[in-house]
Design a protein around this ligand. Sequence first.
Ligand code: FAD
Length: 284
Amino acid sequence: MHYRPKFSLEVFPPKRTSPIGTIYDTLDGLKGLDPDFISVTYGTGKLKDRTATARIAYTIRSEYGIDAVAHLTARYLDYDAVDEALEMFDKAGVSGVLALRGDAVAGQEDAGVFDHASDLVSYIRSKRPDLPILGACYPEKHPEAKSLQEDIDNLKRKVDAGVTHLISQLFYDNQDFLRFRDLARASGIDVPIEAGVMPVANASQVKRMTTMCSSRITAPVYAMMDHWSDNADCLQDAGTIFASQQINDLVAEGVDGIHLYTMNRPGVARRIWSNVKPLFTKII
Ligand code: FAD
């Protein structure tokens, strides 16, 4: 018997330079994809970040009828700010919170309350005993960890603190994810682990994102970006095929789910979905 893997999407609140309404274009463009949930990223901690994430989550649930997961990064938050965020997320009707530590922002001082995501997970669990809490994981290890095993040992602490579901960082070599999954299982991590897939749609974005998250650009991805360097449309076509094949192979390896980083490009997400949809609808 084959079980159906989860399929989820990620969107982000529009950048300060874009009108807030652009998120509706993104969500409209994602109609018909039928994901298990859409997650909404969170900025660096200020009140307007909480409001933006909560508002978009509310819209996803109420206007599109899709479960919404709100990200929350704790580095710059104290207990009161987390309480306030949780109340906003309750009102928005979220079906879960992705609890994160977040990255350092130059010139901004940590609140010093939540040192690691596991501290935030414990706190949320104490406040919301039944809320699904998601956590991030890193197939190529988090850049601050000395080794993959050290990172997985820390991940186990995060899961033990109350994480019910993991979503991975983007990666371009499925073997990295599968090796990580084996090590995680061997270390006693038994919650579902969704594989994070970011389609290649734009070379400079791929370079920026992989630098930011220390993910490896593999030789086939370099070759693809090089071959289509003077044709943005063809690169997007090739990136769509690559991501669809990546998902096909991951599903064949029995992954728990796929989390598609849409980068607010609904057209790319729709094309990938039309390729891979049968893999997520057949239960044998
Ligand atoms: P942690 O789990 O705290 O891990 C960070 C580092 O600390 C790791 O090296 C880990 O090994 C180590 N560590 C963890 N616990 C311990 C411990 N108890 N003792 C010692 N070391 C420990 N960023 C945003 O700003 N907004 C977002 O919306 C956002 N969404 C994301 C979604 C996903 C799926 C992923 C994968 C990342 C996302 N990020 C987001 C980025 C994330 O904030 C960064 O990767 C950040 O550097 C780490 O966050 P974390 O929650 O994984 O941290």
